[in-house]
Design a protein around this ligand. Structure first.
Ligand code: NAD
Length: 243
């Protein structure tokens, strides 16, 4: 039976992914800082809840160990926990929030990949999908630090994927546009005023499953309302030659 671990699985996109895999018959572990919501989703799907703050390296190892010991192994890991909102380069800049966004979004992804790799390798291979964002492949003037952190995740995925392949593990980034979750609540009305599409978390969950099961690696996949996931085409950079 497939073993799945989802970080940030207590709500929003992560909860939809956890429910989707559970419906497909997988055993699902949810890791989150929100214990009451996380336990509620885990109880609903007959899964496991592990309290974890992904910005702490040890919590990443603990959540993987808990899932492996409960399920006998792991096959798919969705590193999805993320936060935003550190302001810009002016008076709105919030240094504590800046450090938190970097810690959760970048440290959390790097620590999560490092913790998940040995477990997936022991299962004979598997898949890691990290949640980046369209803000990770295009500028977002409304939340620049968030955008920078999501670009960093795409860089990690593209740079680490070849080494992961050697262990039979695929590594991809899902890059959703606007998604109808608590994170988007304050922007929802403005987005609708501009007639932009908002995806439901279930649509993103479907995309995450197809990316995880698709066998490709090292890609950043655009995930937009009403469209199938599409890989971003990055330029091929020719290195200049020494003269
Ligand atoms: N909602 C959107 O429009 C949108 C668009 C693109 C990307 N994303 C990304 O999708 C992911 C999920 O976001 P969402 O919209 O479902 O948001 P959400 O706020 O609804 O859910 C985020 C979950 O992550 C958990 N979390 C936060 N910090 C954590 C930490 N340090 N350790 C463990 N868990 C933590 C929260 O408790 C929550 O359950 C995030 O990485 C977000 O950046 C969201």
């Amino acid at each position: 039976m497939t073993g799945v671990l989802v970080t940030g699985g207590a709500g929003g996109i992560g909860a939809a992914v956890a429910r989707r895999f559970a419906r497909a018959g997988a055993r699902v572990a949810i890791a989150d800082v929100d214990e009451s919501a996380g336990r509620a989703v885990a109880a609903e799907i007959g899964g496991l809840f592990v309290p974890a703050d992904v910005s702490r390296e040890q919590d990443n190892h603990s959540m993987v160990e808990a899932a492996v010991s409960a399920f006998g192994g792991l096959d798919i890991v969705h590193l999805n926990a993320g936060v935003g909102g550190a302001g810009g380069a002016g008076d709105d800049f919030d240094i504590d929030r800046y450090r938190r966004v970097i810690a959760v979004n970048i440290d959390g992804t790097m620590f999560g990949i490092r913790a998940a790799l040995p477990a997936l390798t022991s299962s004979g291979g598997g898949a890691i999908v990290v949640t980046s964002s369209l803000a990770g492949i295009s500028p977002n003037p409304f939340d620049p630090v968030y955008s920078a952190s999501k670009h960093a995740i795409v860089g990690l995925v593209r740079s680490l994927a070849p080494a992961c392949s050697a262990s039979g593990v695929t590594l991809n980034a899902a890059c959703p546009g606007f998604v109808n979750t608590p994170m988007l609540a304050s922007l929802r009305d403005v987005i609708l005023e501009h007639h932009l599409a908002i995806a439901e978390p279930d649509e993103v969950a479907e995309a995450v499953e197809s990316i995880a099961r698709g066998g490709e690696t090292g890609n950043a996949w655009m995930v937009q309302a009403g469209l199938p996931p599409a890989p971003v085409t990055f330029p091929t950079v020719e290195l200049s030659r020494a003269r």
